[in-house]
Design a protein around this ligand. Structure first.
Ligand code: CTP
Length: 398
């Protein structure tokens, strides 16, 4: 699957660097050519000799090594790969990337490249959760950097939480997703997914029952056809797919901002179950119980993200797909919704509790377009996603 693909693997200085030796082996088994780059700190964890032996390739270590510059300059090195993979990516390396620093070979390559970059973070949980790291990751995601992991678990330092580097086979899957050829290669597609959470006060919120399963399956299917997917997700039950650009949000307002940031795109699929209303004025402190008095919540309307994007006069995606979750008169409501919002297609479904669709693994949808209403048989959400992705590919490449 990776036959002939050239991977520039930057190994950062963390204990997880030992897993990168296995990653090299797995990549080579699949036919990839691996060019390794070690940071100074990485050499404390793995030796250049073992990396070179496993990669079957010279290891690059020093920006100012003139022999290396004579052989291949760092600019060329950074651009000669199909994909740059940073594994493990330490907090320090991510901070350098986010701020455009270039004080060693690894960071210089990352700044000089025009190739896609996949990052596998690995660090102590406190470091990962630190506002600076959260900020750096969000900035990198905004720059189009892809992420795989980190996983949650016990760490070498004895603490528990997110920060463990993904396992080599998970990283391989993300690399394959990022390099996949297909009819949608080079197309940028936005997918929204999951519920939104609208805060009442610092501890309470309003939400809905969306699991994010259908939107996640669609993002995965589009990525499987080679699309560059920007996945804007509310707090979903299912993890986001590997190999797509993930932007996590909580509220409808944040989702709209993330969607605007992602434009322009070739197509946009709005699978999120966005809350229609938010609490007009979120309380800054926890609302206390007062004997005999019930709190009254006043609502304000949220922006309609699908309608906003559908009705853009400049920069409208070529294809805009909305969803309609209905409990009665599905086709009539969905047809009216398509006209009202101005989108090209509506994927309509009946989410009455008896159908078991909301939160379940299956879906029965009707695709509504200019051509009319087309009923699809009940199938798994993955199958709906693949059929929809195929239809999107046919339309964009027609
Ligand atoms: N949607 C959106 N922004 C909102 C509300 C909905 O982008 N604030 C999108 C959803 O992602 C979905 C479509 O609009 O693609 C329809 O959502 P739905 O909740 O069924 O429609 P509503 O406009 O909320 O209509 P109603 O609740 O009256 O059925």
């Amino acid at each position: 699957m990776l036959g002939g693909k050239r991977i520039l693997l930057i190994i950062g200085g963390g204990i997880a660097a030992f897993k990168s030796l296995d990653l090299i082996r797995r990549l080579r088994e699949r036919g990839a050519e691996v060019t390794p780059v070690l940071t100074r700190a990485a050499e404390e964890f793995v030796t250049p000799l073992s990396v070179a032996a496993l990669a079957g390739h010279k290891v690059y270590r020093d920006l100012f090594d003139l022999t290396e510059e004579a052989e291949m300059g760092h600019i060329e090195l950074s651009r000669s790969a199909d994909l740059i993979v940073v594994a493990p990516a330490t907090a320090d390396l991510m901070a350098k990337m986010a701020n455009g620093l270039a004080d060693d070979l690894a960071s210089t390559l990352l700044l000089a490249t025009d190739t896609r970059v996949l990052v596998a973070p690995a660090m102590n949980v406190r470091m990962y959760d630190h506002p600076a790291s959260v900020r750096n990751r969000a900035r990198l995601a905004g720059d189009g950097i892809l992420f795989v992991g980190p996983n949650e678990g016990t760490m070498a330092c004895g603490e528990f939480g997110p920060g463990r580097m993904s396992e080599p086979l998970e990283i391989v899957a993300a690399i394959e997703a990022a390099l996949r050829d297909g009819p949608l290669k080079g197309r940028r597609i936005l997918v929204t997914s999951g519920p939104t959470h609208e805060p009442i006060d610092p501890v309470r919120y309003i939400a809905n029952r969306s699991s994010g399963a259908q939107g996640t399956a669609i993002a995965s299917a589009l990525s499987g056809l080679g699309a560059d997917v920007i996945f804007v997700t509310g707090p979903a039950d299912v993890p986001p797919p590997e190999g797509v650009q993930v932007v996590k949000v909580q509220t409808a307002a944040q989702m709209l901002a993330a969607v605007e940031d992602a434009l322009p795109v070739d197509a946009a699929i709005f699978a999120a179950a966005v809350a229609d209303w938010r609490v007009a004025s979120e309380a800054g402190q926890k609302i206390k119980k007062v004997a005999g008095a019930l709190p009254v919540l006043e609502f304000a309307e949220n922006p309609d993200i699908l309608a906003t994007v559908s009705q853009k006069t400049t920069g409208r995606p070529g294809l805009v797909v909305g969803f309609a979750a209905e409990t009665t008169d599905v086709v009539a409501h969905a047809t009216a919704k398509r006209a009202r919002k101005g989108c090209d297609w509506i994927v309509a479904n009946d989410v009455s509790p008896a159908t078991g669709i909301m939160g379940g693994t299956e879906n029965a949808v009707t695709l509504i377009s200019d051509a009319g209403a087309e009923d699809w048989p009940r199938m798994t959400k993955d199958q709906v996603a693949r059929r929809l992705a195929d239809r999107i590919a046919e339309t964009l490449t027609a």
